[in-house]
Design a protein around this ligand. Structure first.
Ligand SMILES: [Zn+2]
Length: 252
């Protein structure tokens, strides 16, 4: 994933809202978000996430405990093909039942097994981004408010995409459903000249292959998931909510 917009504790009824574009090689196959099961520490964990069919990992997901995890690649100019897939790291985190247990497994040593990334993890109460490049390993809190994660450091105020998205989403509606339209608009922006920078990316062989919006409610049955299986500039968002809600159903 290359652009993630996180609204943490902005809407009292929906403490976690995340929207993002997945930028990837167009030929790399993936499955749309659906419910599947991971082997957790003691018991299987239900998750709702897409699946990269090449390496088996994911770029974003939510689990039955309401833990949300996503990753953006960091571009630092170095990339080691022998390192583990960052999509697998997201799955390892989604197998946990709290933000604290994610932080416990995501040590500097563990992070160094992967190419540079920003990994965010949120619950209704807590939010954190772990950023790793070959110089720096940091955990930064995701306080109440809007955050934008791209391929650059999470706190980079010189990042034009981050700054533009934050300014465009400054005036927020009071109702979480009112954020869907503004989010779908900014996710589809291509930019002209220097500003705004392209959020929906079209390059030869590479670009935005899908787009999503998760509105996670504190009463989980009021959550929503919208997904565009293609560039958001020309693909309608489908409502995957009924499938999402199965993740939160109590065990029968
Ligand atoms: Zn586009």
């Amino acid at each position: 994933m290359c652009t993630a917009i996180v609204l943490h504790r902005v809407f009292p009824s929906h403490p976690v809202v995340v929207a993002g574009n997945r930028d990837e090689w167009l030929a790399r196959p993936a499955l749309a978000p659906h419910m599947w099961t991971l082997q957790g520490g003691n018991a299987p964990v239900r998750i709702f996430a897409g699946k990269d069919r090449k390496e088996g990992g994911t770029w974003f997901g939510v689990n039955q405990y309401g833990i949300v995890v996503g990753v953006t690649n960091r571009y630092t100019g170095t990339r080691d093909e022998d390192r583990a897939s960052r999509g697998q790291l997201v799955l390892n985190c989604l197998a946990q039942n709290s933000v604290q247990s994610v932080l416990a497994i995501l040590t500097q040593e563990e992070a160094a097994r992967y190419n540079p990334f920003n990994l965010f993890c949120l619950s209704d109460e807590e939010g954190v981004v772990v950023t790793h490049d070959d110089q720096r390993f940091q955990r930064l809190p995701l306080e109440e408010g809007i955050h934008v994660l791209t391929n650059r450091p999470p706190d980079d105020t010189q990042d034009p995409k981050r700054e533009w998205l934050r300014s465009r989403l400054h005036d927020l509606p009071s109702d979480p459903d009112g954020i869907v339209e503004p989010l779908s608009q900014v996710l589809a922006v291509h930019g002209e000249g220097d500003l705004p920078p392209p959020v929906c990316v079209h390059l030869p062989g590479y670009g935005t292959v899908s787009s999503f919006m998760l509105l996670l409610a504190s009463r989980k049955e009021q959550s929503r998931y919208l997904y565009a299986d293609g560039s958001p500039c020309r693909t309608e968002f489908e409502d995957l909510t009924p499938d999402l809600l199965r993740v939160f159903l109590p065990e029968s």
